[in-house]
Design a protein. Sequence first.
Length: 408
Amino acid sequence: MSLLPVADAQARLLNSATPPHRIESVPLDLAEGRVLAKDLAARLTQPPFDASAMDGYALRFEDAAEPGAELTVIGASAAGHAFEGTVGKGETVRIFTGAPVPAGADTVLLQEDAERLEDSRIRTTYPLRKGQHIRPRGQDFAEGEVVLPAGTVMDFSRLTAAAAMNHSALDVYRRPLVAILATGDELVIPGAEPGPSQIIASNTFGIAALARSAGAHVLDLGIVPDDKAEITAAIGRAQVAKADVIVTLGGASVGDHDLVQATLIEAGMQLDFWRIAMRPGKPLMVGSLGETHILGLPGNPVSSLVCGLLFLEPLIRKLALLPPIKREATALAAIPLKANDQRQDYVRATLTKAADGSWLAEPFSKQDSSMMKVFSRSDCLIIRPPHAPELAVGSICPVLLLRPDLLS
């Protein structure tokens, strides 16, 4: 099987993904980042009454159009405590921000534009405009009005609007479930004492964090040895849990000890592709097991995370009905870059800002796919397309941001 270009592999994976559109109701305080499954209409009118936008005096415009009018204060209206009477000719009511405008009044005079006199009277000191400083009933939204349509991603401002519409829970699409399975006789969990031929299993934690940040729930299937029966049992647990995606870490190639691909095929997986023209990350496996997507990531930590960024994150976002995360950007090469071969390279690099405001990408000298220290210190991956020519210092090069807001 020839190596598949990265863009073609991404397209084939995403074209095969159909959001399940499963709906659940969640409390408002747990709805951040969730996608509305139904239109959200207001359950009341906001504001529910004509309300004062400022502290001042509610009055009739015809009584105080010009400065110098003297009015009698007959009461007060505060938020939560409305004035129950009616403002008549030559009268005014002390009013506070958010309070209902009393009957008869049509204008609010700012408190600093009033001179207080004796015997509960005031004198206006500034010209008025009819209706000023009054928020009319329904100015924000009316009962029954659809304020947030289905498909809206809930954030801090939209949650505030939903609360103001008197919703305590929202119908949202369920997060996709991603089951993660690490395989290998050599792996032990962090905190354990590795044997002479063993290493710490680190990939699970990075891939799980990436999946959650992309909008998924995560089911950790743990570490299983290179044994077909145990791999089969773990896959069965994921199926019982109705995982939308099963991610395997390691063992997806076809070596004597790489049993994941063969075991999945025996379990009924339809293999789509498994060799990508990229570095790191060539042995990526993509297939399906019934309605479950199978994504076999390489065992090397950096290869695993790079493939996770390129394939797992966009898959989850599509299944969750969330917009893609924009990670693509451009920078200037800080050092010369060599010509590339037939595979697309993702080169770990730092970003620094030059005096003219441009961003400079400088690759690390060591790029081995097992080196997590270098990855943890990287800001981006310089993308070197297949057969890319040499690049001189200052040349524009595409980058994949490891932290999407880095250049903002």
